[in-house]
Design a protein around this ligand. Structure first.
Ligand code: HPA
Length: 281
């Protein structure tokens, strides 16, 4: 599927293929950044479907990274966990990037929980912090690449959907409560979505900070917009993996390895948080 817009029949074909492989009816979707495999492993009675078995599903061209859907029970909830998302910077268009969340919605998902890695632009943040996303800056969308561009399916949502509260206030409060019960705290802030794959220049970071960004990253926002269009409530959690500041110490170089390593260190905290949230939904 390389057409610029998603076709209703492709979504239905994919959803049908998933339904044929599971008897679960997931109402909660989780799109997890890399490293959260243990959470997926905790799903009980799982039906595991390789993404490559689902028609029209965008699968990564990297061997061994095809992605999979894990559908089953977690903390008493029926969940669909998506491991291995695809990104705009890989060359996928917005229709492909948001195809998985559209299928989740067709399957009956009403709550979406997304995690990602992000650079911290707010100088109060530290690598290893967890930030609840309270709002976003869709830099690609503002520039003309909104995932809802193209024909609108009125059976899913309105042509001009409201975005007053993209990230559920109620779910953010629940996340804060779960964190407090486990003796840690969460940041909250605005996530600036950029295309990547190059990290930001100092001038770009100055700009993104000036317009209200607290963290910057290369995922999540297209899925969130598609989910909100359909009335799905959303919780977004960023792991601050590195500082993204315009004036780093001389000689500072940002690498993907640093991002991955910090992400790994935070996994236990993030896993505790997600389990706690699911228990209380
Ligand atoms: N910039 C963009 N995306 C990111 C970063 C960053 O600094 N860290 C993790 N994802």
């Amino acid at each position: 599927m390389t057409a610029p817009f998603v076709s209703h029949s492709h979504i239905e074909e994919a959803a049908t293929a998933v339904r044929q492989r599971t008897s679960h009816h997931p109402t909660i979707g989780l799109i997890l950044g890399s490293g959260l495999g243990s959470l997926a492993d905790a799903v009980e009675n799982p039906d595991i479907i390789p993404a490559s078995d689902i028609p029209h599903w965008p699968t990564s061209t990297v061997p061994g990274h095809h992605g999979r859907l894990i559908i089953g029970k977690l903390e008493g909830q029926t969940v669909l966990v998506l491991q291995g998302r695809v990104h705009f910077y890989e060359g996928y268009n917005m229709a492909q990037v948001t195809f998985p969340v559209r299928v989740m919605i067709a399957l009956g998902v009403q709550t979406l929980i997304v995690t990602n890695a992000a650079g911290g632009m707010n100088p109060d943040f530290r690598p290893g912090d967890l930030m609840l996303i309270k709002d976003h800056l869709n830099m690609l969308g503002i520039a003309g690449n909104n995932p809802l561009r193209g024909p609108n399916d009125n059976t899913v949502g309105p042509r001009f959907p409201d975005m007053t509260e993209p990230y559920s206030r109620q779910l953010r409060q629940l996340a804060h409560d779960v964190a407090a019960a486990n003796s840690f705290s969460l940041r909250e802030g605005v996530y600036a979505y950029v295309a990547g794959p190059s990290y930001e220049t100092p001038a770009e970071l100055n700009f993104l900070r000036m317009i209200g960004g607290d963290a910057v990253g290369m995922s999540t926002v297209p899925s969130v917009i598609v989910a909100r269009h359909a009335g799905v409530r959303v919780l977004g959690i960023s792991t601050i993996t590195n500082m993204a500041v315009p004036n780093p110490a001389p000689g500072t170089v940002l690498t993907h390895e640093e991002v991955l390593e910090t992400g790994r260190q935070v996994i236990p905290k993030l896993t505790t948080l997600l389990h706690g949230i699911l228990q209380h939904l």
